[in-house]
Ligand binder design. Structure first.
Ligand code: HEC
Length: 168
């Protein structure tokens, strides 16, 4: 009887180890970049430190991978969130998006934080310090709106040519 339990345990351990090498959502851990976040955007230091605290793990290629993110089946849940997160908004590639895409994303950020949809609840359950206070929500919300307005203003300026040639 004892021997049978030991066999079951060994098989389980072998399964976990083997499954940890399987990446159903792509090998997101292999993608890393030291590129500055949100390149090209005007980001006050307080905003940068807030997104670094609360958003960076899923929305950039500077993810910190905790030990359990290497062990199946947890690894699959974490990799799925990071893969989806990066697809939706990747701060490591901000400057590669078109101006329209960036403005859309800024609206998305404002909505997501305002409605408290981000960071995801399963992430907050473990990363307590990533929780946004009311002041943090306001900070990110106002920043996303201001940055969007700034982009829009510089867009119209660029479209209408140098100011000396513009009609009054
Ligand atoms: C645990 C991972 C995780 C964290 C942390 C996280 N997100 Fe997300 N985010 C996702 C996933 C997954 C999606 C795509 C699925 C969805 O929309 O729920 C997403 C989608 C988004 C989108 C796209 C929606 C759109 O309209 O374009 C925005 C914007 C966003 N997140 C902002 C944030 C902000 C801001 C933070 C930090 C305050 C944050 N997220 C933290 C995982 C995360």
């Amino acid at each position: 009887m004892k021997k049978r339990w030991r066999t079951i345990l060994l098989v389980l351990i072998a399964l976990v180890v083997l499954c940890s090498f399987v990446h159903p959502f792509g090998n997101v851990k292999a993608v890393r970049s030291d590129a500055a976040l949100l390149q090209g955007a005007e980001v006050p230091p307080a905003v940068m430190s807030t997104v670094q605290r609360s958003c960076i793990d899923c929305h950039s290629e500077q993810t910190k991978w905790p030990w359990y993110s290497h062990v199946a089946p947890m690894s699959w849940l974490v990799e799925s969130d990071v893969s989806e997160g990066r697809k939706n908004w990747n701060m490591s590639h901000w400057n590669e998006m078109t101006a329209d895409e960036r403005q859309d994303k800024l609206s998305g950020i404002a909505t997501m934080v305002h409605n408290r949809k981000m960071p995801l609840p399963q992430y907050l359950f473990i990363h307590r310090n990533a929780k946004l206070s009311d002041a943090d929500v306001d900070l990110l919300y106002q920043w996303a709106r201001t940055e969007r307005k700034r982009m829009k203003a510089s867009d119209t300026q660029a479209a209408s040519g140098p100011s000396c040639l513009r009609r009054p």
